[in-house]
Design a protein around this ligand. Structure first.
Ligand code: ZN
Length: 298
């Protein structure tokens, strides 16, 4: 009897030790099969996705529309020669973005160019499928291409699981994407991922030109030798962003930005409730740069 109890206790102890050892090996080798990638993916598919819920689309300004979900953005620039789509969202958002484009009176088949804010699954995991369906060209900043074409995030998150994307045009910071009289300018804002992009779209409404920015100052990594963002790249980004003077800002996860404003956005109230206050853009960059300098000094 006593011997039996002892051996049960030993078995329990042995199995706890074995799983702890397996976990340690997993953490130590991110590329091990059954390792960090799989853990991340299982965590992702088991987690309720509350950010991809359907939301009615609206005109942001001029020919620029919000076609994304309740808390993951997707932006359509509609032109007479076809459309530019910036970010496509999660798999779940396949049932959001296309219906929203159709509700606005446009055809998903007319998407000619697709752009990516950054290579995290929640902003682009449906992009390759949409590219194949529409034949659109995916244009991406050079620093993000390795991640897009392999399906791996080479930033600190090391997320995994998007279908590798065929990139048809490689962009450099400051490049302009032109289609049907519209222009989108890209600025490289590295940190959140190596090739995170911020886009500026000029649009005309009632004879007046407005600039819409999607993104913002970089979120550089410091204190992690493997992924630290090069300070020179970050300071270049601040300088390039300061040259711009956007009127309206949209962010990748806009739920709090849209909070209390959706009725006015659907009604196309003017001035847009998303209009930035005077000096807000400059303050945003100043604060981000001060924070980065503080972290570099530490
Ligand atoms: Zn992200």
């Amino acid at each position: 009897m006593r011997k039996h109890l002892l051996s049960s206790a030993f078995l329990i102890f042995a199995s706890v030790t074995a799983s702890a050892t397996a976990q340690a090996q997993t953490m130590g080798d991110p590329l091990a099969i059954g390792g960090k990638d799989t853990d991340w993916f299982m965590g992702r598919v088991n987690r309720p996705d509350l950010d991809s819920e359907p939301q009615e689309p609206f005109k942001i300004m001029g020919n620029v529309y919000y076609v994304g979900a309740n808390n993951i953005a997707s932006i359509l620039v509609a032109t007479p020669e076809g459309h530019i789509l910036i970010d496509t969202g999660t798999h779940k958002m396949a049932a959001v973005v296309f219906p929203n484009i159709v509700k606005l009176g446009f055809m998903p088949a007319d998407i000619k160019v697709m752009l990516i804010s950054h290579a995290h699954y929640d902003h682009m995991e449906t992009m390759e499928r949409i590219r194949r369906l529409t034949g659109a060209t995916v244009a991406a900043l050079e620093a993000e291409v390795p991640s897009l074409v392999t399906g791996h995030d080479f930033g600190r998150n090391e997320t995994w699981g998007h279908e590798p994307i065929e990139v048809g045009r490689v962009l450099q910071s400051g490049d302009e994407i032109r289609l049907g009289g519209s222009t989108v300018k890209v600025i490289w804002t590295p940190g959140h991922t190596p090739g995170t992009a911020t886009y500026f779209v000029d649009t005309v409404e009632n004879g007046q030109t407005y600039q819409i920015v999607y993104g913002g100052p970089p979120a550089p990594v410091t204190g992690d030798p493997m992924y630290d963002t090069r300070p020179a790249d970050v300071f270049n980004a601040y300088a390039a962003l300061r040259e711009m003077s956007p009127d309206i800002r949209i962010v990748g996860h806009p739920q709090s930005l849209f909070d209390g404003k959706l009725e006015a956005l659907w009604a196309e109230s003017r001035p847009s409730p998303l209009t930035m206050e005077p000096g807000q853009w400059a303050r945003l960059i100043d604060n981000a740069e001060a924070d980065f300098r503080r972290r570099l000094a530490e």
